[in-house]
Write a protein that binds this ligand. Structure first.
Ligand code: HAM
Length: 426
């Protein structure tokens, strides 16, 4: 039998997971600078959450969801994105009683049945956030400022911010009519999906990946040209703040986003390094979603970064953090009588915050030292009958072989010695 991970999924192993952890910690710290708290939501939701949340006519709902029936006959779906689940939780947990804006960030794995290619997986990860209750452009600009600071802290440069507005529901209604007028003469040529989109949700015609329909979309009228005065003012409010902070942006009137819930500001961060899947982050404002899912009318906005694509970009720009080298000591045992004292010393060191390893595979002393070398730990210490009798052993630096005597009954001093040699210690 040969078992493999399902197509589009990947194992993440150390030391790579250490790099992921560093990026995630940087994200959590940046969110904390803007007063966001972490939310954790279930991996699956009732299917309606996504049908109503993301939109029935989107590719995500139509083609990409992992939906199944549980043993109780309920239809459940593995989350294809985070926003709908966070909104469901916002309503269910009564978070609207908290002071506005309610600011929540998340780090999630998501599932979409997609064509697998570079930067496109069936299980992937997002670093995202949602802010509820702030109606003005200031919060839209602030989430972008958070993103910009996060990228800066990671050392990333030249990730282009593309900005657009999808206006209010009223503007979109007018625009949908204009789209129908544009597409009407070509109706017969459209793919079956687009013929359905034409009837149900013309905005989704612009997402089509079929070559002919994609080309046709390039000549379609632009929603930006149908914005009402209020939406334009909101948009100008966002750009004024971005300019004030010196955050460069490009107005990209073709951004429509692949999810139905957006209104007014939408944005994407795009890079050329991630190949055809160049969108590292997408987000925007969604003022009706809380109400659509059964809550009060609460305006909101947010974004999600594709973590795999972010790491690809960091690699391409040469700013991927190197895996942190392991710290600590390997305590080798020269004979059976040293096994218990070694275990005791290791635990005493761990209590003092020092990483310590002992032999757990009953190796010879020579094999233990070889193993210690492979672990890459900076120190080793050998315990044998002689050391136990003297109550003293030699702490050996693995890098240069230098040794210094240490008392076995003074773990505080031993811990201090190991700490003082740790990278970054004074
Ligand atoms: P999205 O544009 O569907 O938006 O996804 C956000 C990001 O997730 C994309 O820009 C991309 O980097 C990454 N991503 C999406 N699909 C895949 C995939 N199959 N493989 C690898 N990476 C992928 C959302 O999910 C919205 N919930 C964002 C949002 C939050 N809007 C408001 N709040």
């Amino acid at each position: 039998m040969s078992l493999t991970a399902p197509k589009g999924t990947r194992d993440l192993l150390p030391p790579q997971t250490g790099v992921w952890r560093q990026v995630e910690t940087c994200f959590a710290e940046t969110c904390a600078l803007f007063q966001y708290g972490e939310i954790r939501i279930p991996t699956f939701e009732y299917t309606e959450v996504f049908q109503h949340g993301v939109g029935d006519t989107t590719d995500i709902v139509q083609k990409e969801m992992y939906t199944f029936q549980d043993k109780g006959g309920r239809s459940l779906t593995l989350r294809p994105e985070g926003t709908a689940g966070v909104v469901r939780s916002f309503i269910e947990q009564g978070l609207s009683s908290r002071p506005y804006p309610v600011k929540l960030f998340y780090i999630l794995n998501l599932f979409r049945y997609e064509n697998v290619q570079k930067g496109r997986y069936r299980e992937f990860h997002q670093l995202g956030l949602e802010a509820f209750g702030a109606p003005g452009p200031e919060i839209d600009a602030e989430v972008i400022a958070l993103l910009s600071l996060f990228f800066e802290r990671l050392g990333l440069r030249n990730i282009c911010l593309h900005l657009n507005s999808l206006g209010t529901a009223a503007c979109r209604q007018q625009y949908n009519e204009a789209l129908r007028r544009y597409y009407q003469p070509h109706l017969e040529e459209l793919c079956p999906d687009c013929q359905r989109r034409f009837e149900q949700n013309p905005l989704r015609l612009l997402d089509c990946k079929v070559a002919h329909d994609h080309e046709l979309a390039q000549g379609a009228p632009l929603l930006f040209d149908y914005l009402d005065a209020e939406s334009r003012e909101h948009f100008d409010g966002v750009t004024r703040l971005l300019e004030r902070w010196g955050i460069p942006y490009e107005i990209d009137k073709r951004i429509v986003r692949g999810l139905d819930y957006y209104s007014r500001t939408v944005f994407e961060f795009v890079s050329e390094n991630v190949g055809t899947q160049g969108t590292i982050c997408g987000g925007g404002r969604y003022d009706s979603l809380v109400e659509t899912l059964g809550g009060q009318a609460v305006p909101a906005c947010g974004f999600a970064i594709g973590e795999e694509r972010l790491l690809m970009e960091m690699e391409a720009q040469g700013v991927l953090p190197s895996p942190q080298s392991p710290a600590g000591v390997f305590i080798a045992t020269a004979e059976q009588a040293a096994v218990l004292p070694a275990a005791g010393l290791a635990q005493a060191l761990r209590r003092r915050g020092i990483s310590a390893a002992v032999d757990l595979c009953r190796r010879s002393l020579k094999a233990q030292m070889k193993y210690a070398n492979r672990l890459g730990l900076p120190f080793s210490l050998v315990l044998g009958a002689d050391e136990l009798a003297r109550g003293e052993a030699a702490l050996r630096s693995m890098a240069d072989g230098q040794e210094q005597p240490v008392r076995l009954d003074d773990p505080d001093r031993l811990a201090a010695l190991i700490n003082s040699a740790a990278p970054g210690a004074k």
